[in-house]
Every structure is written in C-alpha cells, then in structure tokens.
Write a protein of this length. Structure first.
Ligand code: NDP
Length: 393
C-alpha cells in the first residue's frame, strides 16, 4: 500500500525493518537509510534478497534528505535515528509533503533537555499541508501513552494518578552497558528527576526518589523516579489528572558505574581538550562501551513496562495495572535484537501501519494518546507485544 523510508539503521531500526518486511502487504516498498551505508547493509542482509532497498543519508541535512525522499518517492518517514535529527527530518517531510513518525522527542546535542516544544511548534505547518506527524511511537513514550488512553476510555470517568513503571530485568553479562544508544540513555538517567502534581512540575535530585515495585513475572525491583517525556503530553490529554510519575529499575552495578563515570566527568556533553584534540567525554564513552546492538545475543531475562492508573468510575474508586512483558531471548530469536530495541521498534511499525491504513489520521503534530487506543492495543497483541490488565485494590 505504501513506500516507507526508515531512517537510522541502529538497534531500533533493525526491528522496525524486520517488522515492516513481516507486514509487506502494508509496506509495499521499504527503504532503509542511515549515516553509514554499511549499517543498512548489515540489516538488509538479514532479510530476503530484495526485501529492503538501502541508501546513505545525513539526516542532519534537510536538503540532502529531501532530495532522497523525492528521488525514491517515499510516502512516510519512520525516524529511528537519534533525537538530534527530529527537527531536520520533520522539515524534510514538510518540504516533500510526506508524513512523519518518531519514537523520541527532539534533543539539542549540546543541551540535555527533553521537551516537545520545538516539535509541537510545527503543528500549524503540518496542518496547512494536510500531513500527520506522529510523535513518540515507541514503548515509553508510545505504548505507555496508549495504555493511558485505553484506561481513560474503558476504565475511568476521571484518572487522578498515573505511575509509569519501566523494568528491564535483562542480564547481558557485562558489568556496565546501555541497552540503547549510550549517549541518549545516560543523558536521561543522569538528569534531575521531575514529576507533575496539581498542575506543577516538581524537580528532584537524580535518583532521589526510590520505591520497590513487584513486577509480575519479574519480582520486586528498586525503581527510581526519573523525568520522562511522555508525561509532558499526558498531563495535557488525560482528564482530571492530579499526579503523574515515571519510575525505572536500575541494578546496583549500573548505578555505581554511572555515579563513578559522572564523578570523573565522563558523562560531560561539552568539548574538552585532550592532547591538542577536542573531544566530548560522553561521545568518547560511547566508543568504549559495548555497542547496544551487540548485546542482543547475550541478553537473557524479561522486560516489564506498564502503567498503574487510579481514579473514579461511576462514583467509585478504581485502580488498574496495564503491562507488557517481553523476553529478550525470544526477541532476539525473532528479529536479531534484544528486548529494549524490540519493544521500541514494534510500536513504531504499528504506528506507521495505522497511518498508512488511515486508521489513525489527522492533520498536524500529534501524540499517541490523542488517537483511538483500541486498534493500537489490538495490533500490539498481533505483532508480538501482548499486554495484560489487572485490577488492583
Ligand atoms: P542507535 O544508536 O543504535 O541507532 C541510531 C542510528 O541512527 C545509528 O545506526 C546511526 O547510523 C543513525 N544516525 C545517527 N545520526 C544520523 C544522521 N545524522 N543521519 C542518518 N542516520 C543517523 O540507537 P537506537 O536504535 O537504540 O535508538 C534509536 C532511537 O530510538 C533513538 O532516538 C532513541 O532515543 C529511541 N528510543 C526510543 C525508545 C522508546 O521507547 N520510545 C526506547 C529506546 C530508544 P549509522 O549506524 O549509520 O552511523
């Protein structure tokens, strides 16, 4: 039905490409483009010959990308490069009149800020052209937003509190490694925490708030409050919300390594001079750490990501837990990627599928919870991310 251009041949790009090929009645032509053609070739070689075309592109360059889009005739971009490229890729879509989807909000390479402001500012431009830009179609953001919309639609008259609970209980056997792009991961984790209560954002020190949550099929895990981008859109779209928080699990070894790296300045994102050369410590650290893509074959264990929502239905208090469990080894067996890339890439493909089928349609820039959650929830069950709901006391 449509020609899709996937940008970014990394861990998530691999899953999106495999999953689009598995849905080739919808994605009738698939092009994978990345900064290095070799990254695209590695992924294309895992798939049947001719299933995927590959291209080299620097997505920081709007004109170069627009030229590629026009030359190949793509109708939709799935952006799974880095958050630094979001704005240039959105501009290339506007320039060539095609739709856009991503999984992470824009970040400036020099400022570790997580906000939708600059992407939301493009709403009128997308609207004027009658195009849809879907933001944050990964797991969190992404599926967690859809879980909230589903809870709101079917279980509550008003939701008062939401806790988003992200557990990766996978073990890759390294003392320290990140499951997705190290720069993006460490910037997120070392930033101050923030949650929203009674209309205000409340800032915490990094890892200041901890709770133990008993994750189904995983067990109790230390979970730390972080800021996470989906909260920014959810506070606008969930009725009656009084508080929203985000928690992620971290093991002792990860936190000790991270603190130590931070203390010695290895998480810095500003250039420093070293033997007459300028280097960014965080970029150098990325070179030293295992490539997240290489963790796939070694990672064992489960991920469990979900939301707990509490509120009122028909005048009575109600509390529900919606969650999804994935097994790293099963993900690897299916698409040669570990669970974190899998749980991000599958929802990106689903979002694109619904856009192409016209089941999610709109003009402008939208977040996931603004669309009907039911069809997305059905697709999760069909495409490898089955979910469960529990009523809590
Ligand atoms: P990787 O670092 O593995 O992959 C990113 C890819 O982007 C690399 O392969 C790189 O290409 C490519 N790239 C970087 N810069 C450019 C550029 N200027 N032009 C073209 N290609 C470029 O990251 P992940 O796959 O782990 O993550 C991808 C995205 O998914 C990120 O934005 C991340 O934040 C997001 N994410 C979202 C999650 C969610 O649940 N919503 C969870 C996890 C990740 P090359 O190899 O060719 O050099």
């Amino acid at each position: 039905m449509s020609h899709v251009l996937i940008i970014g041949a990394g861990g998530v790009g691999r899953v999106v490409t495999h999953k689009c090929v598995m849905n080739k009645d919808i994605f009738t032509k698939i092009t994978l483009a990345s900064r290095r053609l070799s990254s695209c070739k590695t992924i294309a070689d895992e798939l049947p010959s001719g299933a995927v075309s590959i291209e080299q592109v620097d997505a920081d360059n709007t004109d170069e990308l627009a030229e590629l889009i026009e030359r190949i005739g793509a109708k939709l971009v799935i952006n799974v490069a880095l958050p630094y490229q979001d704005l240039t890729i959105m501009d290339a879509c506007l320039k060539t009149n095609i739709s856009y989807l991503d999984t992470a909000n824009y970040e400036h390479p020099d400022v570790a800020k997580f906000e939708y402001k600059e992407q939301w500012a493009k709403h009128e431009a997308f609207k004027e052209k009658g195009l849809l830009a879907l933001l944050g179609s990964g797991f969190d953001p992404g599926v967690t937003n859809v879980f909230c919309a589903y809870a709101q639609k079917h279980y509550f008259d008003e939701i008062h509190t939401i806790d988003i609970l992200d557990c990766n209980a996978g073990d890759h056997g390294y003392a320290f490694a990140t499951n997705f792009n190290p720069e993006i991961n460490l910037r997120e984790v070392s930033a101050k925490g923030r949650y929203w209560e009674e209309g205000k954002w409340i800032e915490t020190e990094p890892m200041e708030i901890k709770m133990v949550w008993d994750y189904p099929e995983v067990g109790p895990k230390d979970s730390y409050l972080l800021y996470h981008e989906e909260m920014e859109s959810l506070v606008k779209h969930i009725k009656g919300l009084k508080r929203i928080r985000f928690f992620m699990t971290f093991g002792e070894s990860y936190l000790t390594h991270m603190k130590c790296l931070e203390n010695v300045g290895m998480l810095g994102i500003k250039e420093v001079e070293h033997k007459g050369q300028k280097i960014v410590p965080m970029e150098f650290l990325r070179t030293l750490l295992p490539d997240p893509a290489s963790l796939g074959p070694r990672t064992k264990g489960l991920t469990n990501i979900g939301i707990v929502a509490e509120g009122i239905k028909d005048g009575k208090k109600k509390k529900i837990y919606i969650y999804q469990i994935s097994d790293h080894e099963k993900c690897y067996a299916e698409v040669k990627s570990q669970g974190v890339s899998y749980t991000t890439g599958v929802p990106a493909m689903i979002g694109a599928k619904l856009m192409i089928e016209g089941k999610w349609s709109g003009q402008g820039v939208f977040n996931m919870e603004q669309f009907d959650p039911d069809i997305f929830m059905d697709e999760l069950n069909k495409q490898g991310l089955p979910w469960q709901i529990k009523e809590l006391d």
